[in-house]
Write a protein that binds this ligand. Structure first.
Ligand code: ADP
Ligand code: MG
Length: 299
């Protein structure tokens, strides 16, 4: 009998997903940062969910309740941004031990509430159950103009690859807790320089770019010395660590020229899309080597 470990996280999701039916209103179901559903009018409805589990994603001893709450919502906002959308409504489900001090849970709520206000998200419900390990799940809805939605699929040979910021070492720097979900940057992009493909970097550049490459049936060359490294991060960490929550996008060369001139944001140009389905790293002397499209996987 196969175990989940045998399948790997993404192999599992692929198998698990096969058994579900999606109605005709589902424009994009499983396999992107958020699901995309048709609505009347000129917008799509977006939906995403993220779960944080004590011991796996956070430890009560190393981060405050407010930080845990903030992160739970921030991860989901990041996924909505990655579709080119704006977050709107969330529900929060909690698994909590009965002997937990109430103040701790209130502070989780405070972390959620401050970020929700900043991003215009209304908290409209949730669920509460008793559990030995603490679990927080946020499900978030968003909206996107039908003409603005961007998928992981769509990268074409010749496109330029960009990221919005530095990568790697996010646990040490605590960026995994304090990162700013890139809604404004994504809105700027969809309005001014429409990317061909986009996602947020939650599992490391190599693994996440791997999703864009597989879905577009293309390959990529990354310029080793152009990948922006976060303070203290190694190239290896930038490629294979998790939880940077920067946006990773591809864009055709004429739109890219426009992007380089903008003063409002700085986008880092890190590579280009090529034919074939390999991910290559090129050093400053032009030497290329193929690297594994492996990012963080839960199993
Ligand atoms: P992200 O890192 O952007 O949150 P994930 O890697 O967690 O995305 O998930 C990839 C895709 O698989 C998403 O479309 C997500 O909705 C889907 N997915 C993950 N777990 C499950 C599950 N248990 N059941 C159905 N779909 C799932
Ligand atoms: Mg994502």
């Amino acid at each position: 009998m196969k175990t989940l470990q045998d399948l790997g996280e993404f192999g599992f999701i692929e198998h698990f997903a096969q058994q579900f039916h999606a109605g005709r209103d589902v424009i994009k179901g499983i396999g992107d940062d958020a699901a995309v559903m048709d609505m009347e009018g000129d917008e799509y409805l977006l939906m995403t969910t993220d779960m944080l589990v004590e011991g796996t994603h956070f430890l009560r001893t190393t981060m405050s309740a407010q930080e845990i709450g903030r992160k739970a919502l921030a991860c989901s906002i990041s996924d909505i941004a990655a579709m080119g959308g704006r977050p709107t409504h969330a529900v929060i489900s909690l698994g909590v031990p009965g002997n937990l001090v109430y103040q701790f849970v209130e502070d989780i709520g405070k972390g959620i509430s401050l970020l929700a206000k900043e991003y215009g998200v209304s908290i409209v419900g949730g669920d509460t159950v008793k559990n030995t390990r603490m679990i927080i799940n946020v499900a978030l809805l968003g909206r996107v103009k039908k003409t603005d939605v961007i998928y992981r699929k769509g990268a074409k040979k010749g496109d330029i690859i960009f990221v919005t910021g530095a990568l790697g070492n996010s646990f040490k720097t605590r960026k995994h807790l304090h990162f700013k979900p890139m809604v404004e940057e994504a809105q700027f992009l969809v309005q001014h320089a429409r990317p061909t493909a986009m996602m947020d970097v939650s599992d490391g550049l190599a693994g996440d770019l791997g999703h864009i490459l597989k879905q577009g049936r293309v390959g990529a060359v990354l310029y080793e010395d152009k990948i922006p490294l976060a303070s203290g991060a190694t190239l290896y960490q930038a490629l294979h660590d998790g939880e940077d929550f920067e946006l990773l996008f591809t864009i055709n060369p004429s739109e890219a020229a426009q992007l380089r001139q903008t003063k409002r944001f700085h986008f880092f140009e890190i590579g280009k899309i090529v034919s074939g389905e390999a991910l290559m790293l090129m050093n400053s002397s032009g030497k290329k080597r193929t690297i594994d499209m492996k990012g963080f996987e839960h199993f």
